[in-house]
Design a protein around this ligand. Structure first.
Ligand SMILES: CC(C)(COP(=O)(O)OP(=O)(O)OC[C@H]1O[C@@H](n2cnc3c(N)ncnc32)[C@H](O)[C@@H]1OP(=O)(O)O)[C@@H](O)C(=O)NCCC(=O)NCCS
Length: 203
């Protein structure tokens, strides 16, 4: 599905977008080298329309049509399933970037809210990610809970693995990054949620 707002077109990204996605990542996400090489976009599966909580969700916005300049993108997946085999309905915002010429015009907010809406529609319980410090005000403006400097992200109760085992997660942020999280369902009714370590104590 393609959505047009004024002259901006948002649609699930595809291989056609690979060079521009890599170029924007090199410019806007210097601490994310895995996204800098177009070959990585061709060989690591990141495309998806967010049809279920284990799916990828990769949306690109272009200016003026499908061949117009890339305005921004968001890439979301079930990173805890990929990295730890955890099957809780959690989505990770791996990357969101807006080209400098288009910033502070609401595109970043629209990309995140589109992903949040999609997540809600398919039963994702929480959406989280790791932000560079400079972008913390952006996540706070969107209502995300942002962890303190060096505060780990933990599972409040054991999380289920695909193998049937339970896992307790306790993940330090990368240097100069901070975790952020938003709950799309009541955390108390979930089997397990991710939270900054002090979040539950802080209430
Ligand atoms: C973070 C980023 C995606 C924001 O995109 P954007 O389109 O400029 O953001 P929006 O216009 O939707 O901003 C929404 C609100 O977030 C806040 N915000 C955004 N950028 C901000 C900044 N640099 N400083 C302070 N607040 C900021 C503001 O409250 C803003 O609302 P306002 O413009 O009405 O004041 C963009 O700056 C970017 O690509 N940064 C580099 C990549 C990155 O850090 N990504 C996030 C971590 S993966």
């Amino acid at each position: 599905m393609t959505e047009s707002v004024d002259h901006f077109y948002a649609a699930p990204a595809c291989r056609h977008d690979v060079s521009d996605l890599a170029a924007l990542a090199r410019e806007a996400l210097p601490s994310f080298p895995a996204l800098h090489d177009p070959e990585g976009w061709r060989t690591s599966y990141r495309f998806g329309s967010g049809l279920h909580p284990r799916d990828n969700y990769l949306i690109a916005v272009r200016d003026g049509g499908e061949d117009g300049p890339l305005v921004g993108f968001i890439w979301v997946d079930a990173a805890m399933a990929v990295d730890y085999g955890v099957i809780e309905p959690w989505w990770c915002i791996n990357a969101v970037a807006v080209a400098p010429a288009y910033r502070r015009a609401g595109h970043g907010r629209a990309l995140v809210l589109t992903a949040v809406e999609r997540a809600r529609a398919i039963g994702v319980a929480l959406i989280y990610g790791l932000s560079v410090r400079a972008s913390v005000p952006f996540w706070e403006d969107l209502g995300f809970t942002v962890a303190a400097d060096r505060e780990p992200l933990v599972s409040d109760r054991p999380a289920r693995r695909a193998t049937g085992e339970l896992a307790r997660l306790d993940l330090d942020p990368e240097t100069d990054h901070r975790w952020f999280v938003a709950y799309l369902q009541d955390p108390a009714s979930a089997d397990s949620v991710l939270a900054p370590k002090g979040y539950l104590a802080r209430g």
